[in-house]
Design a protein around this ligand. Structure first.
Ligand SMILES: N[C@@H](CCC(=O)N[C@@H](CS)C(=O)NCC(=O)O)C(=O)O
Length: 209
């Protein structure tokens, strides 16, 4: 397996999952917003053949090419069933895993990415700094909704008694929020700190540093 990624971007989710999984892989450091002539650029024609949007992550396994981080997480988890990344829980609990995952991708991370787009990702002429306040408002709303979805759950992990891919997704997303200076409640800072101390997360960090 080959993972193309960049730093603490969404590709870190996949890199961390690979470290949790015990699968063998190669990590290819890819640069964003660089010249298409740079061989490591996500705009290089050979990379665009894999990922038409010139984004990370991309996972290549034989003929299979995946360019969505959630599909990549699922693929890694299914390829390493003993890793616990996909928990062995009841169908309703599994449905909760789906719900939280889609919530994180569709609601919680969107204001973060909106801020990122308007800070550095969009061409200068399309950036609207005034929307930073909107992003903050939407993030706070999403955090409220997340609190509601999690209910009274004070467990160390979101589902059952073990770490799984939703914990990873949540920790990465709150790390992103902290880096982008959103107001993150203490309990989610603690969640990020706890999960980032996992040996697999630390190994993944040392790969990107
Ligand atoms: N829907 C994709 C989005 C991937 C994405 O937007 N990646 C960002 C980094 S986190 C990227 O590569 N952006 C390219 C750019 O900003 O030029 C996923 O969830 O994997």
């Amino acid at each position: 397996m080959k993972l193309y990624g960049m730093g603490q971007s969404r590709s870190f989710r996949a890199l961390w999952a690979l470290e949790e999984s015990g699968l063998e892989y190669d990590y290819v450091n890819t640069t964003l917003r660089t010249e298409s002539t740079d061989t490591d650029s996500a705009k290089h024609p050979s990379y665009l053949e894999l990922n038409i949007q010139g984004k990370v992550p991309t996972l290549v396994d034989g003929d299979l090419v995946l360019t969505e981080c959630f599909a990549i997480l699922n693929y890694i988890a299914r390829s390493a069933p003993d890793s616990g990344l996909l928990p062995k829980v009841s169908t309703p609990a599994y449905a909760k895993l789906d719900e939280l995952s889609y919530f994180i991708l569709a609601e919680l991370e969107q204001p973060l990415w909106s801020k990122g787009k308007h800070m550095f990702a969009l061409p200068q002429e399309y950036r609207i700094p005034a929307m930073f306040d909107t992003a903050k408002f939407e993030f706070n709303k999403a955090v409220n909704a997340l609190n509601h979805l999690l209910g009274e759950n004070d467990n160390e992990y979101v589902l059952g008694n073990e770490f799984c891919m939703v914990d990873l997704l949540l920790a990465h997303t709150f790390n992103w929020a902290i880096r982008f200076e959103f107001d993150v409640p203490d309990k989610f800072i603690a969640l990020r700190d706890r999960h980032y101390q996992r040996p697999a997360a630390q190994r993944a960090m040392s790969i990107i540093e």
